[in-house]
Design a protein around this ligand. Structure first.
Ligand code: ADP
Length: 385
């Protein structure tokens, strides 16, 4: 990849990740407003004391980058923005009205859009001459049909309050399915693919002929597969039961988002490596947690093959998907009837194509690269302004 310098920004509530591409210079500022730490993928003498906000953190990153690359050479800034609602279906040049719209979407993503906006404001303040683009996590899923995104609630909750499935991780699902098509040497527009993004957050997407037609995360990133600390799918009746038995809304929020998933079920950790070690040592709760994690993936592969009327490829990506051959094998167990057959050696080695020669469905391991995708989308958006 060779293009003019683009700075990719991913701002979280107390963190700021920036990466300058194609140089691959990345910086991570953590615990903004507290005991701030900076981690640079390259040596830097920059000090992190006294960083109170995202603007301070951004300034720090720019100072560090300036040691290596003239800042004036940066042609664009691409921001990861989690929620684009129904309005933003493509990467979008950030103008004041667009920023106001992203702000108006904040109630849909209260944990994500406000910090994303803080990153945007910091970048506009410190690089005012450089064009900025928002790349939305939801955008790739804008092609999901109504029957897949509507919940079974009275229609007005969708019409008036925007309650529907939006889906997330879109940049990653888009990127790995493009890469998969390249690997298979076939146009994506001819392929029915299932992308499995298995990191701390996990989601699946059914990508039929290049378009997302279903995805497992919903109105928020809490729905769907089991995650590191999030419950994924759960009977809404359980929430009513817990509320009625005296749990507060904030406690319930914490329970579902921070104390559930692999961590909650295993009682060990949210990190698959720790859960696996415990399971290997005979911990039943840890093996159950892995079994739930892989069963949900297996079930969704069947569901999405049905949704697309067939299946050409399955892609594993992100921390667990890229690094855990045992999990890949467990998730695919019993799916031979769909044409899925793993080559155990290729799987163990983590090769790109891990299905057996001649199998009907290609199974792939494709490292995700959201920053690269954001950089490319940013340049494309500006070229079409
Ligand atoms: P995020 O969703 O935060 O971007 P990552 O995609 O980096 O997360 O995935 C993080 C998760 O990947 C960790 O919590 C860990 O469970 C898992 N992981 C990383 N390496 C391995 C490995 N070798 N085996 C199993 N799981 C791994």
């Amino acid at each position: 990849m060779n293009h003019p310098p683009v700075l990719v920004v991913n701002a979280g509530s107390s963190s700021l990740k920036v990466k300058l591409l194609p140089h691959n210079l990345s910086l991570l500022v953590e615990r903004i407003g507290g005991d701030t730490q900076i981690k640079a993928g390259f040596a830097t003498s920059v000090r992190s004391d006294g960083i109170g906000d995202h603007e301070g953190a951004f300034k720090l990153c720019l100072t560090a980058l300036a040691e290596r690359v003239p800042l004036a050479s940066i042609v664009a800034v691409g921001h990861r923005v989690v929620h684009g609602g129904e309005r933003y279906t493509r990467p979008t040049h950030l103008t004041p009205p667009v920023i106001a719209q992203i702000e108006a979407l904040s109630p849909l993503a209260p944990l994500h859009n406000p910090p994303n906006l803080a990153g945007i404001r910091a970048a506009l303040q410190l690089l005012p001459e450089v064009p900025q683009v928002a790349v939305f996590d939801t955008a790739f899923h804008s092609t999901v049909p109504a029957w897949a995104y509507l919940y079974g609630l009275p229609r007005r909750y969708y019409r008036e309050a925007g309650v529907r499935r939006y889906g997330f991780h879109g940049t990653s699902h888009d990127y790995v399915t493009r890469q998969a098509a390249q690997l298979l040497n076939r146009p994506r527009s001819e392929l029915r693919l299932i992308s499995l993004h298995l990191g701390n957050g996990t989601s699946a997407a059914a990508v039929q002929f290049g378009r997302s037609v279903d995805t497992s995360m919903g109105f928020t990133p809490l729905e769907g597969l089991l995650m590191g600390t999030r419950s994924g799918d759960i009977d809404a009746g359980v929430l009513l039961y817990l509320l009625r038995s005296g749990m507060s809304v904030d406690e319930l929020d914490q329970l579902l988002n921070k104390r559930s998933g692999l961590l909650g079920l295993s009682g060990v950790s949210n990190d698959m490596r720790d859960v696996r070690r415990a399971a290997a040592a005979g911990d039943q709760a840890a093996s159950d947690a892995i079994a739930v994690f892989s069963y949900r993936i297996r079930k969704i592969i069947g569901a999405y093959a049905a949704a697309m009327g067939g299946l050409d490829g399955v892609i594993f990506t992100a921390g667990i998907g890229e690094n855990d051959p045992e999990l890949r094998a467990q998730a695919l167990e019993g799916l031979e009837f769909l044409g899925i057959a793993l080559d155990p050696d290729k799987n163990a080695r983590g090769e790109r194509l891990i299905s057996r020669a001649g199998a009907g469905v290609a199974v792939m391991v494709i490292p995700t690269d959201e920053e690269r995708m954001i950089a490319e989308a940013t340049l494309e958006a500006l070229a079409s302004v």
